[in-house]
Design a protein around this ligand. Structure first.
Ligand code: FAD
Length: 567
């Protein structure tokens, strides 16, 4: 293949990459996006599509910028410069306005919006920073829609009908009008006759596919090229500056020259077992990650290291406990499924392999993952741990995409799941034996938990004590919506691995997303956005949308900076 020439070369077609390309194009730069797999969208397309915007204009508080700074300083433990934090705070609101111009609309759902993940920290707000994405019409994408990665089945109704986060909230809590909503969704899906004749894929795009699909529409309308199955192999450096990449496509190797910049938007390294073992503090498996298996292998990190980049936060990931289960379609294939919020409901608790609780179960998935690591260091009995619930829970609440037993009774679960992925027993002693946990220890832990559940006060870990916990509780349960005894058999247990939704360490960048070398100097022509870069939130997860929010903000910032530079 002949060499190519552009102003800006963007590596990776997640939300960070595509947004960089669109913005750079709008600033008059000739831009290309390359994607190594045969589908675009990366983890962004399978995500919830939410973004965390620290000073979201919806929050009517004249001091919000200062509060956002205080909150982020707390979250990052002062490991990130104020310049970089302020760039995130200031530019994220401009980025959302820009998305609006592109036809990708975000909003605050005041009936169902997440509180910050550290609700008691200085500068935290109970509602207003986590924005949801509006539904996008996928029909104008035509056949290109089928080149985009699809949402996880657990995020869809009947594994195929897409749901916005607001719709998912209504169904999850069976809020007033949920039945009508199901009928409406079924109607819309089945009356898309043209779509149904082609594929079972829903062309009403929601969450991550709305984000990537909406951005892809903007990209197509601008004729910005997207080269699928085109992998960046290395960066080209000339006199210290990055001037292009070497790439390969279907066995051919060639150069793509960049007169202005190369922007790495190639995701983290979570799917690379060797890099996980090199950088993460505890042994974990790539297969526990919920990100697509074929995308993020750390190519951007390795390429940046080879041109002298400094790095930070390589020991960090966006942690999330996951369970393994097989798919309905292929019982032989197991995969990891996130257990994001279910731990916040009543009638459940989590224990380590010694049968002891170790965390406030209703903490965010990231904090839960960190607690698993800490407990494993201290007791050697975590990773995996166990999520235990009783038949009251099973009747009322979903878990890891498995609907309550009133909708999906145990008899309707796929054959072979019970006692392989979901352990079930009539008594706690029997359950303990199936989990290989000491019976006496487990019974003691659950008796104490049940006593506290009856009073509504979890003296040990404070489950249900803050607004974040309460957001995921059951409002009909009193006095504490997150606490209820685990007392009615049959009892159930699910093994939780230390999964993730991406790694978050990589090349160190400045407030313009420009990569820095080991002497703290900017590497001319090299930018990094999204999970390939060392995160602006350090080891923390500030709120729902805390990964896409920064990825897209610094995509916008990087393109602006490249557009302003003369060389
Ligand atoms: P990605 O979207 O993963 O894109 C990277 C792309 O680069 C991939 O397509 C990959 O194939 C490509 N690539 C890699 N190497 C090369 C190479 N050498 N050459 C060319 N291309 C390459 N975050 C939120 O903020 N809000 C949410 O609601 C949310 N929900 C989530 C739900 C789930 C189930 C999961 C798994 C994640 C969720 N996340 C969420 C996390 C979020 O999706 C990711 O952090 C984010 O998408 C990362 O974006 P990115 O652009 O850095 O990488």
């Amino acid at each position: 293949m002949a060499d190519m020439h552009y102003d800006v070369v963007v590596v990776g077609s997640g939300a960070g990459g595509i947004l960089t390309a669109i913005r750079a194009h709008d600033l008059g730069l000739r831009t290309v996006v390359i994607e190594k797999t045969d589908r675009y969208g990366g983890t962004s397309a399978v995500s919830g599509g939410g973004i965390w915007i620290p000073s979201c204009p919806w929050i009517k508080d004249p001091d919000i910028d200062q509060k956002s700074l205080e909150y982020l300083r707390f979250c990052t433990d002062r490991q990130v410069s104020d310049e970089r934090l302020n760039a995130y705070i200031r530019s994220s609101t401009q980025m959302v306005e820009y998305l609006d111009e592109l036809g990708v609309h975000y909003f605050i759902d005041k009936n169902n919006s997440y509180p910050d993940y550290y609700p008691d920290a200085p500068g935290a707000v109970p509602i207003g920073r986590s924005m949801y994405i509006d539904t996008v019409d996928g029909r104008p994408l035509g056949d290109d829609l089928y080149n985009m990665r699809e949402s996880l089945p657990e995020f869809m109704l009947f594994d195929r009908i897409t749901l916005s986060l607001s719709e998912a909230g209504i169904l999850l809590y069976r809020a007033p009008g949920w039945r009508l909503l199901v009928l409406k969704l079924l109607f819309k899906y089945w009356t898309d006759f043209k779509g149904r004749m082609t594929s079972k894929r829903d062309r009403r795009l929601n969450i991550g596919s709305a984000l990537v699909g909406g951005l892809r529409k903007a990209m197509i309308s601008r004729n910005i090229p997207l080269l699928l199955q085109t992998r960046m192999d290395s960066l080209i450096q000339d006199d210290g500056a990055v001037t292009g990449i070497t790439a390969s496509r279907l066995g051919n190797t060639f150069k793509i020259n960049a007169t202005k910049a190369v922007v790495l938007a190639s995701g983290g390294f979570e799917q690379n077992q060797v890099l996980r073992e090199k950088y993460f503090p505890q042994k974990t498996q790539a297969s526990w990650s919920v990100t697509p298996r074929d995308c993020n292998m750390g190519d951007g990190l390795v390429a940046a290291l080879n041109v002298g980049a400094d790095t930070e936060f390589l020991d960090q990931a966006w942690w999330a406990p996951t369970m393994t289960k097989s798919t309905h379609e292929s019982p032989q294939v197991s995969r990891s499924v996130p257990v994001f919020f279910e731990r916040g409901y009543p009638n459940c608790l989590c224990v380590n392999r010694h049968g002891n609780r170790f965390v406030n179960e209703a903490a965010s998935y990231h904090q839960f993952g960190q607690a698993m690591m800490k407990d494993n260091e201290e007791t050697g009995g975590n990773i995996p741990c166990w999520f235990i619930f009783d038949s009251q829970f099973r009747r009322k609440y979903p878990v890891a995409g498995i609907l309550p037993s009133t909708v999906t009774p145990d008899s309707a679960l796929p054959k072979g799941w019970l006692d392989k992925f979901i352990f079930k027993a009539q008594t706690l002693d029997e359950l303990a034996a199936k989990m290989s946990i000491d019976k006496a220890a487990l019974t003691k832990t659950i008796s104490r938990f049940n006593e506290q559940a009856r009073t509504g006060i979890d003296k040990d870990f404070g489950k249900g004590d803050n607004v974040y916990n309460q957001f995921f509780g059951d409002p009909t349960v009193k006095p504490n919506r997150c606490l209820g005894p685990v007392s009615e058999g049959p009892f159930y247990a699910i093994k939780l691995d230390l999964g993730d939704i991406g790694s978050k360490g990589g090349p160190k960048t400045d407030e313009n997303a420009n990569v820095l070398d080991v002497n703290g100097k900017r590497i001319r022509g090299l930018y990094a956005v999204g999970n390939v870069a060392g995160s602006v939130t350090a080891g923390s997860y500030p709120g729902a949308g805390g990964t896409l929010g920064p990825a897209m903000t610094f995509a916008y910032v990087a393109a602006n900076h490249i557009g302003q530079r003369n060389t």
